[in-house]
Design a protein around this ligand. Structure first.
Ligand code: AVI
Length: 321
């Protein structure tokens, strides 16, 4: 496509595969078994996530998009003239357009995503739609330190982290991420974060177990990926997709539950499953303005402004260092 992508210098396809292998073997050895949700997002997984976003049950994307559209003029006030917009986990960069349109004085956009495929497509479309905007894509796991490209040094930076992806981290990981962004962007930084809110259980559970089974396919896709990339022999259909609410941690958990006793091999190592034994594949924390404020504070930020949509409740927060 001709799109040039900067890569996290600490990563390479070989290294990424080894990390995936090491994490997967560790996850299958742990009790209870668990994987990191970041491994959902290969090409097929990213496409399945986009498909989830348009199911009738998955409200977060459309709710946040409508909220962002409505509050874009107010958000623009938090974006200084000439600012660099740095987006964590930019994916298709669809929501970004609302900020770019509301704050045309944004001088550069740095989308950071773990998927080179997703970045390439998004960057080509953005360059066409915003010909004067400087776009500097970076392929990286945004939980590693991310630096603003040298060419943009000295400009004010506004970080953007929509989609409630912050909810996919444990509180400790979320605090570490908030701290790392705070440390990189300096004392005048601003951070715009989308965070899904605690709500009616039925609405939450349906969002993570849609009738068409798109979320189930997304969840099982990690097994398909392990088979292909790590030499695994998972039978994905031998695992049931399950979404449950964990009230103690205020989070939806996704699991893959073994339908029967079975043995699975990955990279030559065998792992036994009991019938009903699960692999915990994802947490999706839900917040209240108060719980999100505590998390932000632990990460070195304070909430400057917040907007919560009417039902289904979704929050957008402007954080200041
Ligand atoms: C990307 N992330 C915020 C989604 C979520 O809602 O936790 C991922 C997802 N998992 C199941 N459906 C969507």
């Amino acid at each position: 496509s001709g799109v040039r992508l900067a890569r996290d210098p600490g990563s390479s396809p070989d290294r990424e595969r080894l990390t995936f292998l090491r994490d997967t073997l560790a996850g299958l050895t742990a009790t209870p078994k668990a994987f990191s949700p970041k491994y959902f997002y290969d090409g097929a997984g990213s496409a399945l996530f986009e498909a989830i976003c348009v199911t009738p049950e998955y409200y977060p994307t459309r709710t946040e998009t409508a909220l962002l559209r409505e509050i874009a003029p107010a958000l623009a006030e938090a974006i200084p003239k000439g600012a660099v917009l740095l987006e964590l986990g930019s994916g298709a960069s669809d929501k970004t357009r609302m900020l770019l349109d509301a704050a045309p004085w944004i001088s550069a956009y740095v989308p950071v995503d773990i998927s080179a495929d997703a970045l390439e497509g998004a960057v080509a479309r953005l360059r066409e739609a915003y010909p004067v905007l400087a776009v500097h894509p970076v392929v990286a796991d945004f939980t590693h330190a991310i630096d603003v490209p040298k060419a943009l040094a000295g400009r004010p930076v506004v970080a953007f982290f929509p989609g409630s992806t912050i909810g996919n981290f444990t509180p400790d990981e979320a605090v570490a991420l908030l701290r790392s962004v705070r440390g990189r962007l300096g004392p005048d930084a601003r951070f715009i974060v989308g965070a899904d809110q605690v709500k009616d259980l039925e609405v939450l559970l349906a969002a993570y177990d849609d009738a068409e089974g798109v979320t189930a396919a997304f969840n099982r896709n990690v097994l398909v990926r392990i088979n292909r990339e790590l030499g695994g022999d998972f039978a994905p259909e031998a695992f049931e997709h399950r979404a449950v609410w964990n009230p103690a941690f205020e989070r939806i958990e996704m699991h893959l539950v073994s339908r029967e006793a079975q043995r699975v091999t990955v990279a030559g190592q065998a792992f036994a499953f009991e019938a009903g034994e699960s692999i915990h594949t994802e947490n999706s924390h839900k917040f209240t303005p108060a719980s999100f404020g505590r998390l932000a504070e632990a990460g070195g930020w304070r909430i400057e402004k917040e907007w919560i949509s009417p039902d289904p409740a979704f929050g957008v927060f402007v954080l200041r260092a």
